[in-house]
Every structure is written in C-alpha cells, then in structure tokens.
Design a protein around this ligand. Structure first.
Ligand code: DX5
Ligand code: ZN
Length: 224
C-alpha cells in the first residue's frame, strides 16, 4: 500500500486558482485538501461550498474537505452537493459526533473526524468503527505555514496500534507543518495520508515536490 498525498489549497495563490488546481490535476497528488474555516471555531475565515463547487468543476482529484467550523451539521449536505468526497468534522465542534458522522455517511461521502493537538486519540475510541478517516492535527488549526508539533508522532503510533488491534481500516491523515524534512517520520509512525500546503504550493516546483512526497518511504507496510 502506498501512502496518499493531499495538497492543501489554503497555500495556493487564489488569484490563479484554476492554474493551481490544474497543477494538482497534472501531479501525482491523490486528493485535494480544502480547509473550510468559519472565524468561530478557528480564528480565520476561508471559503465555503460556493468556492468548493467551483474547484470541483476544475479538479480531477477527489475533494478532501476539512471543516473547521462550529455546528458543521448545518452544512454537511451543502458540502456534499458542492462535490466533497471526504468530509471531516472536528471532535471539538460536535456535541453529537456520532450523529454527524452518520449524517455524512448518509450523503454518500466518506466521514472523517479530526482532533486538535491537545486532545488524546483515546477520545476517538468509540467512534473509530464509524469513520473512514481520522485527521490528526499537527498544528493548531487556523493557519498554514506553522511548525509541526512533534508530539503528534506519538499520537499517530497510538492510533495506528488501536486500529491494527481492532482490525479497522480508517485512514490516518496528518495535517499541519508537514514538509519533505519530516514526512518520512510521519509515515513511519503509521500515517497513510499526508496533507501539505506551504511545502507544496510555495515550492519552486510544486509538481516535483508532490512527486518527492509520493516517493518518500517507498511502499509502506500494509497495516491491516
Ligand atoms: C490548518 C489547515 C491545514 C493547512 C496546512 O488549519 O488545516 O490543512 O493548510 O498548511 P501547512 O502544510 O502549510 O502547515
Ligand atoms: Zn486541513
């Protein structure tokens, strides 16, 4: 099994959005990661379903939508209609997480759950069977270009062990501060989806950088 690479559009030049998406189309990227922020759950605002719908018309890659918003249950269907293939909500933003995950599954999208850096993976013990993906934040959500929090590596290992013991197949996606310098460690710890924003879009040669992200670690062990 080969790990997946999901460039985060947050670091793209939005005045050249179509070209940036075309670059991702041309590359070896697996998914396109889209960060939705509401200015409440996180101290930043980005874009919503309208922009995602436009990106969906341009993108040949599945859309991996990361909702950093309060009350995500209000907007799940809208994001699905806009073209989201994976919809990830934050544990910290959902009072009734199990219900929201079900709601995502009912739309036909793959449900994902994310936790912030301060929260332990043990919080997800009773939802693991319901999700297709766990997104571990390796920075505090809200901005691109932050420094990777190294404690995340321990969390990846713990989560990988739990999934293996329970014979579950959810992806482990890691998001924030990932570059060519630390991606191998993230994969060795047990992640299988790498999100990278600045490291890709701010690179001199983004397509080649994506190729290098894909090559890191070679084939990784099959976890289940
Ligand atoms: C941060 C977002 C990330 C962000 C990562 O809140 O969830 O997806 O785009 O950006 P980099 O890779 O620059 O840390
Ligand atoms: Zn993200």
């Amino acid at each position: 099994m080969k790990h997946l690479v999901a460039p985060s559009l947050l670091a793209a030049d939005f005045s050249r959005l179509a070209e940036e998406v075309a670059m991702v189309n041309e590359s070896q990227a697996d998914w396109l990661h889209l960060d939705v922020m509401d200015g409440h759950f996180v101290p930043n605002i980005t874009f919503g379903p309208m922009v995602i719908e436009a990106v969906n018309r341009l993108s040949k890659k599945p859309l991996d939508v990361h909702l950093m918003i309060r009350q995500p249950e209000k907007y799940i269907e809208q994001f699905r209609e806009a073209g989201a293939d994976v919809i990830t909500v934050h544990y910290e933003a959902c009072t009734h997480l199990h219900r929201v995950i079900q709601q995502i599954r009912d739309t036909g999208a793959t449900p994902g759950v994310s936790i912030n850096p301060h929260n332990p993976v043990s919080l997800l013990e009773d939802i693991l069977e319901e999700v297709g993906l766990v997104l571990l934040m390796s920075v505090n959500p809200g901005f691109g270009g932050q420094k990777f929090i190294y404690n995340t590596l321990l969390k990846i290992q713990r989560l990988r062990n739990r999934l293996t013991v329970r014979n579950l197949t959810a992806h482990i996606e890691v998001d924030g501060g990932i570059g060519l310098h630390n991606a191998e460690k993230v994969l060795q710890a047990g992640a299988d989806v790498l999100v990278a924003g600045s490291a890709i879009f701010k690179a001199d040669d983004p397509i080649d950088t994506i190729r290098r992200f894909k090559e890191i670690g070679g084939e990784i062990r099959k976890f289940v």
